[in-house]
Design a protein around this ligand. Sequence first.
Ligand SMILES: Cc1cc2nc3c(=O)[nH]c(=O)nc-3n(C[C@H](O)[C@H](O)[C@H](O)COP(=O)(O)OP(=O)(O)OC[C@H]3O[C@@H](n4cnc5c(N)ncnc54)[C@H](O)[C@@H]3O)c2cc1C
Length: 473
Amino acid sequence: MSRLVTPDLCVIGAGSGGLTVAAGAAQLGASVVLVEGDRMGGDCLNHGCVPSKSLLAAARHAEAMRSGAAFGIAPVEPAIDFAAVKDHVERVIAAIAPHDSVERFEGLGVTVIRDWARFVSPRRVEAGGTAIEARRFVIATGSRPALPPLPGIEGFAVLTNETIFGLRERPRHLVILGGGPVGVEMAQAHRRLGCAVTLVEGARLLGREDPELVAIVARRLAEEGVRILEGRPAEQVAAADGGVALRVGGETVTGTHLLVATGRRASLGRLDLDRGGIEADAASIRVDAGLRSVSNRRVYAIGDAAGGMQFTHLAGYHGSLVIRNALFGLPVRARMDHIPRVTFTDPELAQVGMTEAEARAAHGDRIEILHAAYDGNDRARTERATDGLAKIVVLRGRPVGAGIVGAQAGELIGLWSLAIANRMKIGQIATMVAPYPTLGEIAKRAAGDYYARRLFGNSRVRRLVHLVQRWLP
Ligand SMILES: Cc1cc2nc3c(=O)[nH]c(=O)nc-3n(C[C@H](O)[C@H](O)[C@H](O)COP(=O)(O)OP(=O)(O)OC[C@H]3O[C@@H](n4cnc5c(N)ncnc54)[C@H](O)[C@@H]3O)c2cc1C
């Protein structure tokens, strides 16, 4: 090693979580070394959120051209230049990249090392010819696609999220294995961009989500021409006519390309965790509620490397907790109940806190479900986006879960995340005055439902109103 550095913090991985910690800590005055072996920005910028949402945005434009009839706009089949769509995706990545760049971080005072980091002892990491003995280490190494143990898959040129955005030619028939958020988003994007798409899911589509809400997304996908094979585990992969043949429940599905989106596993292989005295299983580093390694107290793990849900905003939240604990010595405890998640299909599906099924399993009949349908909302009517529903789970007068399927669901869920984070009462949501006409009124309508059930048609309330009316001047 040519040099030894002794910063306050060494952050391994310059993705969503690592960048949050590095930027925050440096701006608060800590000395920080940031180590990244691949592209700055991690999965979200390069192979995840940003390219997938950019592709979906292009797909939405294509679909808008086909679906204007109800507005009096003659539908046309769009001419799609697939390579130009990919140029758009690349331009969006390039526009965001400076925010995550080496230059920006060095400008903040962070020392950036471009290499793979590995532990050589519980106190020392090496990368790029530098030995780093930091007061604290933060493992923010993200995750990689996990391929299922399917006969024939080894050696087969499958696509994953790391390669699909690089395709310049439109796949004629994309077969997608895995009906989670990534598989479902990619199914709709590619279908709308003119590909035939078959989506194969061994269990239930979007299996973590409320089936009543998922049904609305599944119906739209099917209407748009995505072939969905649900509850049908894949059995074998083989090459066929320069493409792929996938055996699924006795049927052979053939296509030109195979995208595997069957989950992701923490990216820990290069870290030499044993030498760092850091316990991990196949999926993640073992951490306590404050995100510290259970076996090496100098080390934190955040984001996808910490296991559990895999989201950019969760990695960022983890990062903020680590800053509080590592820099200010404040006790922290990672909460999950207020972390929202969104599948960015059209319609979007968003959830925070417990689904109805989870809440019933935990609290039985003590929960109450409030409903507000999009077709009762005037803005949804003007937009012809009435296909949607909000379901709010209430326990003892407070929301403990919210699921929304419909236009802008990802924007609408933030309010419920705030309410759950602050243990607000449903009555506080009811005090909100939402501008008319906005989809924001859906939240107020759901909260209003809580009181409508108690007040409207209640004979005691009616008697009280009569009484008060007699006394009023
Ligand atoms: C297709 C797709 C779409 C997604 N869409 C969304 C979305 O819409 N919203 C959302 O919230 N989340 C989304 N996600 C998930 C999101 O991308 C991840 O949860 C998030 O990037 C995790 O952040 P992280 O900091 O844990 O890891 P990452 O952002 O993956 O960063 C980890 C970094 O660590 C580096 N690294 C690994 N090992 C080492 C080492 N030994 N030394 C040095 N560097 C190392 C890697 O090269 C990488 O740059 C999506 C994911 C995919 C795959």
